[in-house]
Design a protein around this ligand. Structure first.
Ligand code: MLT
Length: 319
C-alpha cells in the first residue's frame, strides 16, 4: 500500500509505517498543483497531512486514493465534501493534542495578565519599569468563559479550576456531569461575554463559526477582559478585535491562529493584527509539543493500519 506523507511527521511514525510494510513517500512542503501531481504520481492509497491544504483537485487527480488522515484534530484544511463525492474517507486524530493546546491557552492567559511579552521587550530595550508592570489583576476568582466545551475546552477548564477561577461555558451540548466536578456554569453567549474576565475559544473552524466573535460580541465584553483564540483563525473578526484593543474597549488578546495562515512552516507573515499593542501571538503551535506530536503520530499509524488490515476507518469525519 502506498502512503504519501505531505507534512512534517514524527520519525517514529514514519518508521512505524515503513515497518508495517507500506511504501512511504515523505514529501513535506508541497502545495497546489505540485502536491496534486506528486500524489498522483505516487499512486497513493493514503494521504497524511497536517497543515497542507487538500483541495478537490488533489483528491480528484489521485485515482487510487481511499483515505486521507489529518494528523491533528481539525479537518477544515481538507475538502471533505469533495472527498466524500469521490468515496475517499477522511479520518482525524481528535483528543491527542488537547492537553498541549490547553497548556498554551493557560500560558497565554498568564502572559496577558502579567504582560510578560511587553516586559520582556522592555528589558531587551534595557528599560526597567517595575511601576508599570505591577498592575496585573491576577487569575484567582476571575471569570473564565470557555466557548466550546469539547476535549480541549475540558482540559482548559481542569487547569483553570486549579487556578481557582470561576468557570462559565457555552456549548450546544451542556455537560451537567462536569459542571459539578469542575465548578462550571452553563450560560448563554451574551452572559458569558458580559461576565468573563478571560474568554477562550475552543470550537471548530468553518462557515458556522466564522466571525462568531465580531464587533457586536466584542462590544459586550468588559473593557478589562482578554480574549484568546487557540482554535481556528476567522472565529474572531481580527480587525474589529484589533480596533477594540487599540480603543481601550478590550484589555487585550492572544492568538495562536489567524484569519489567513501561511501553508509553509517557515515564511514571511504579514497579518497586521500582530502589530497591535496588547495582542500577543504565537505561530499556530498549540498542538506542537513533543508529547502531543508523538501521540498524533501513533494515532495516525493506528488509523492507517486499521484501514489496511481490517478495512476499518477510525475517527471518520465524512457525513
Ligand atoms: C489541530 O487541528 O489539531 C491543530 O491545529 C494541529 C496543527 O497544529 O496543525
Amino acid at each position: 500500500m502506498n502512503v504519501f506523507v505531505a507534512d512534517k511527521f514524527e520519525s517514529a511514525g514514519l518508521d512505524a509505517l515503513k515497518s508495517a510494510g507500506f511504501e512511504v513517500a515523505y514529501t513535506p512542503g508541497l502545495s497546489g498543483d505540485e502536491l496534486a501531481r506528486s500524489v498522483e504520481a505516487s499512486k497513493a492509497d493514503v494521504l497524511i497531512v497536517r497543515s497542507t491544504r487538500v483541495p478537490a483537485n488533489v483528491i480528484d487527480k489521485a485515482p487510487n486514493l481511499r483515505l486521507i488522515v489529518r494528523a491533528g484534530s481539525g479537518v477544515d484544511t481538507i475538502d471533505v465534501p469533495a472527498a466524500t463525492r469521490r468515496g475517499v474517507r477522511v479520518c482525524n486524530c481528535p483528543g491527542q493534542n488537547s492537553v498541549a493546546v490547553a497548556e498554551l491557552t493557560l500560558g497565554l492567559m498568564i502572559a496577558l495578565d502579567r504582560r510578560i511579552v511587553d516586559e520582556t521587550e522592555d528589558l531587551r530595550q534595557r528599560v526597567w519599569n517595575k511601576k508599570e508592570y505591577s498592575k496585573a489583576r491576577g487569575l484567582k476568582g476571575r471569570a473564565l468563559g470557555i466557548v466550546g466545551l469539547g476535549r480541549i475546552g475540558i482540559e482548559v477548564a481542569k487547569r483553570a479550576a486549579a487556578f481557582e477561577m470561576k468557570l462559565l461555558y457555552v456549548d450546544i451540548v451542556p455537560r451537567p456531569d462536569l459542571e459539578k466536578s469542575l465548578g462550571l456554569r452553563h450560560v448563554g453567549m451574551h452572559e458569558l461575554l458580559r461576565e468573563s474576565d478571560f474568554i477562550t475559544l475552543h470550537v471548530p473552524g468553518g462557515p458556522k463559526t466564522h466571525h462568531l466573535i465580531g464587533r457586536e460580541e466584542l462590544s459586550l465584553m468588559k473593557p478589562t477582559a482578554f480574549i484568546l483564540n487557540c482554535s481556528r483563525g476567522g472565529i474572531i473578526d481580527e480587525q474589529a478585535m484589533s480596533e477594540a484593543v487599540k480603543a481601550g474597549r478590550l484589555g487585550g488578546a492572544a492568538l495562536d491562529v489567524y484569519e489567513v495562515e501561511p501553508g509553509a512552516s517557515e515564511t514571511e507573515f504579514r497579518d497586521p493584527v500582530v502589530l497591535t499593542p496588547r495582542v500577543y501571538g504565537t505561530h499556530h503551535v498549540g498542538a506542537s509539543t513533543e508529547q502531543a506530536q508523538l501521540a498524533v503520530a501513533e494515532e495516525t499509524v493506528r488509523i492507517v493500519k486499521a484501514f489496511h488490515d481490517e478495512g476499518q476507518y477510525l475517527n471518520c469525519v465524512n457525513p
